[in-house]
Design a protein around this ligand. Structure first.
Ligand code: NCD
Length: 312
């Protein structure tokens, strides 16, 4: 049986280094295959996507991944078109889709722990596509894969600066747990009120990872190999006025990138972007956030193939 066959993907913390490397190498292998070969990998696979929160990339990416493996998908749709409109709850929705015997169920929901709850209810493997402010492990993996593939498959010793809403941003919560396996130096750049939660920092493998906290983005950029920008997570604030206090805290401009003069520094962002990266940055060779989207497709093809036991 394959290392990840039948396994629920709920948290970055569940992965061993060997499993991470398996995912990275499988992704690279799938990417090298011709499209017609990819389409023969899993004819008949059925993926269910249930998104109880907005999504463009993650939903599209998982659905495209299922199609590219030769399979198909069932999407729950929005609250307006699903039985949620009639008052059906989360548990019954998950149980219902699970009884269609899909190969994998992807879940995004605003509550922390919702993916675990779905996994407890479902017989099919569940992949967490974001449970509130907690985690988004497949985004963390695709970020890691993007860096790995663009830095000649070497992650050891990289300095990674993560900037923005580190308190509420689930992609960075998953990301740092992956980076910690590779002896990366982490710099957390945020306003005082949006710092990385201490339980995440304290849970990192301290023998392998060093962490520095600052609010100074330029200082971090001067030493960073990777700059990971994030959106201030407006939907997680109690009210508009608290959001306003921190919105626009960091806006990366082409002038700032020029000023630090680090031509090899990669700039990542999970997207969607609001104003934290000026549009002018998009044309710089450092900007790889749309490349991340492409990497995400292959990464999710690999994950679906591994979890459903098509590859090991
Ligand atoms: C992220 C998310 O949903 O957490 N988006 C994504 O999946 N690419 C980041 C965000 O919404 O800011």
């Amino acid at each position: 049986m394959g290392e990840l066959q039948g396994v629920d993907i709920l948290s970055a913390g569940q992965f061993t280094r060997e499993q991470i490397e398996l995912v990275l190498n499988t992704t690279a292998g799938i990417r090298r295959r011709r499209r017609d070969e990819q389409l023969k990998m899993y004819p008949g696979m059925i993926l269910v996507t249930t998104f109880f929160e907005p999504s463009s990339r993650t939903r599209g990416s998982f659905q495209a991944a299922a199609l590219r493996l030769g399979g198909g998908y069932i999407d729950m749709g929005s609250e307006k078109v699903s039985s949620l409109a009639k008052g059906e709850d989360f548990n019954d929705t998950i149980r219902t889709y699970d009884r269609l015997e899909p190969d994998v169920i992807v879940v995004r929901h605003p509550e922390i722990g919702s993916a675990q709850r779905a996994a407890d209810l479902a017989r099919s493997p569940v992949i967490n596509a974001g449970d509130g402010t907690n985690e988004h492990p497949t985004q963390g993996l695709l970020d890691l894969y993007t860096i790995w593939s663009l830095r000649k498959k070497k992650l050891e010793g990289l300095t990674i600066a993560l900037c923005g809403d580190l308190k509420n941003g689930r992609t960075v919560h998953s990301g740092v747990r992956f980076y910690s396996h590779f002896g990366c130096r982490l710099i957390f750049v945020s306003p005082d009120t949006l710092k990385m939660p201490t339980e995440i920092t304290e849970g990192l493998r301290s023998e392998d990872v060093s962490v520095v906290e600052t609010s100074n983005l330029i200082a971090a950029m001067k030493v960073a190999d990777v700059l990971y920008m994030t959106r201030i997570q407006k939907e997680r604030f109690d009210n508009e006025s608290n959001y306003r206090k921190v919105s626009g805290s960091y806006i990366l401009t082409p002038e700032m990138v020029e000023r630090v003069n680090r031509p090899k520094m990669l700039i990542l962002h999970p997207l969607p972007r609001i104003d934290e990266i000026a549009r002018g940055v998009d044309d710089l060779p450092n900007a790889v956030y749309f490349e991340q989207v492409r990497c995400g497709l292959y990464l999710r093809m690999a994950l679906l193939a591994l979890v459903s036991g098509r590859l090991s």
